[in-house]
Ligand binder design. Structure first.
Ligand code: GDG
Length: 483
């Protein structure tokens, strides 16, 4: 039960995620400043939180520092501290070197370490405690992503009055892969503390349901799982897909700005005005299929099916998880490939690949989207992939071709993209050529249909659908006997 002190600062809507939507920047003279940070989840939830006047619980991005709660841009921010060791074990270790590769179909081998798991449990407990303190009686708490899978159960035990949602932003793997996890029962049990468990794709929810049946034998009917509780009651937990999206209107608004359009022209000009600009935008991550993309592009140049006078590939690889060894190796491999391809095929006037290991402001990203004739999304596994949706949202000119991997959640919705299997290098090459040569009428037809899809399911729709499901469950369930 909340005591008087916490009741005074109680919020009816609480979001819990590993990272806060703000970055800490050391100001002049030791002053503390906060700056909104870009990224998939922040982009998705910021508008919702501002409207709901809620609190956001998460880590501020610097280890070994404690910060008092504060307001930022109309959102109450409640920082949770992490020590340097917890950063290594809970975050870089268990979250990004165990769960991330495991949940992305073991594209890279996951590491299993018992100390990492213990740290994961400890940190999840700290986040759950912070949420229990911040939430008002009967509040809605929405827990985000794979770093915090134990929080729903911990929170339910402390605060049975709460309505608890969980959304998994990354895939949920098939049981044959999931079952490798030494703590597979604890993680599922942690998630089942929620009232609603959201996934990106129907296939992810299906994999989760199968894991529940295999490990616990709980009955499932469609998206409802019957979870027996210690008091003999049965809770009905909903596990289904809620495909995440973007704030499509705000991307289009940026794309329509004259300065952003001028910048798009300038980008093409500075590339030597090639006929075709191809673009990749990814965090530098082994799930994104950057190597497959470069290999296919390199072979097209080698075979003379594309020439550097005609085509330039712009690859933005934003720095990510740079202290994790797999990511360092990946960076070396990609930069070796880019260096070789440019060495082999660039001329003084035309670069084969413009490779950028930087993060950019949103305006620059949008200018890049506008400058690109072909957008390459070749992920080997991706929960959704927001870049694909952002590209489409920006193309109010109904032009541009989206080449999209079947292994992204986005491919379930964006059926009018040029769909590819990135493992099939020959197929990928043919699809790149198809995209480059696609007649204008067909480009327009496909883009119109893609744009309609992204407009119809934007991020406001995503969060509204999730929260309606969640509060619907919360209203119906308490006190209603099973059956
Ligand atoms: C996870 C899941 C799921 C990237 N570089 C810059 C920049 N970005 C922005 C993009 C986009 C976001 O970051 C990346 O989102 P993605 O969906 O593409 O991928 P993940 O980061 O892996 O996100 C993913 C997502 O969560 C949401 O549920 O779709 O499957 O893996 O918005 O534009 N933004 C700016 N500068 C950059 O350099 N401003």
């Amino acid at each position: 039960e909340p005591d008087d002190a916490s009741a005074a600062a109680a919020y009816d809507m609480v979001v819990v995620s590993n990272r806060l939507p703000v970055d800490y920047v050391a100001g002049p003279g030791g002053a503390t400043r906060w700056k909104s940070s870009p990224g998939g989840l922040v982009t998705a939830l910021e508008p919702v939180m501002r409207a709901a006047d809620g609190a956001w619980i998460g880590w501020a991005g610097v280890a070994d520092r404690e910060f008092a709660p504060f307001e930022h841009d109309g959102i109450s921010i409640i920082p949770v501290p992490l020590s340097e060791q917890e950063l290594e074990e809970y975050y870089e270790g268990f979250s990004n070197d165990t769960l991330w590769p495991l949940y992305h179909d073991v594209i890279a081998p996951p590491s299993f370490h018992r100390e990492w798991w213990e740290s994961y449990v400890r940190v999840n407990r700290r986040f759950a405690d912070a949420a229990a303190d911040a939430a008002s009686e009967g509040a809605v708490v929405w827990v985000q992503d794979y770093q915090l899978q134990l929080v729903p159960r911990m929170l339910r035990e402390a605060r049975p009055d709460l309505v608890i949602g969980f959304f998994n932003h990354i895939p949920f793997p098939a049981y044959g892969i999931y079952s490798q996890l030494p703590w597979r029962r604890q993680v599922i049990d942690g998630l089942l503390g929620a009232d609603v468990i959201g996934f990106q794709r129907a296939a992810d929810a299906g994999n989760f349901g199968r894991a529940v049946r295999r490990l616990f034998g709980y009955p499932t009917r469609g998206s409802v799982i019957d979870v027996p509780e210690a008091d003999g009651e049965t809770r009905h937990v909903v596990a289904r897909h809620f495909p995440i999206s973007i704030d499509a209107a705000s991307f289009e608004e940026l794309a329509r700005r004259p300065d952003v359009q001028a910048r798009a022209k300038e980008i093409r000009h500075s590339l030597g005005d090639p006929e075709i600009v191809m673009l990749g935008v990814d965090r530098l991550d082994y799930t994104k299929g950057i190597r497959h993309r470069l290999k296919a592009f390199g072979e097209l140049l080698r075979d003379g099916r594309l020439g550097v006078e005609e085509v330039t590939l712009v690859q933005v690889a934003s720095p990510s998880r740079e202290r994790v060894e797999t990511y360092r190796q990946l960076r070396d491999e990609i930069e070796l490939m880019v260096g070789r391809l440019n060495g082999d095929y660039s001329t003084l006037g035309h670069q084969a690949i413009a490779y950028l290991h930087h993060g950019y402001p949103r305006e620059e990203m949008v200018a890049l989207y506008l400058a690109a004739d072909v957008m390459l999304v070749t992920a080997l596994r991706d929960g959704m992939n927001l870049v694909a949706k952002e590209y489409v949202a920006c193309r109010f000119d109904n032009d541009g071709v989206l080449l999209l991997s079947e292994f992204t959640g986005a491919s379930d919705e964006l059926r009018q993209a040029v769909l590819v299997n990135p493992h099939d290098i020959e197929g990928l090459k043919d699809s790149m050529i198809e995209a480059v040569r696609m007649p204008q009428r067909e480009r327009a037809r496909r883009m119109r249909s893609l744009r309609k899809r992204v407009r119809d399911n934007d991020v406001a729709n995503w969060s509204a659908t999730f929260l309606e499901t969640l509060t619907g469950v919360g209203k119906i369930d308490p006190g209603v006997p099973d059956g």
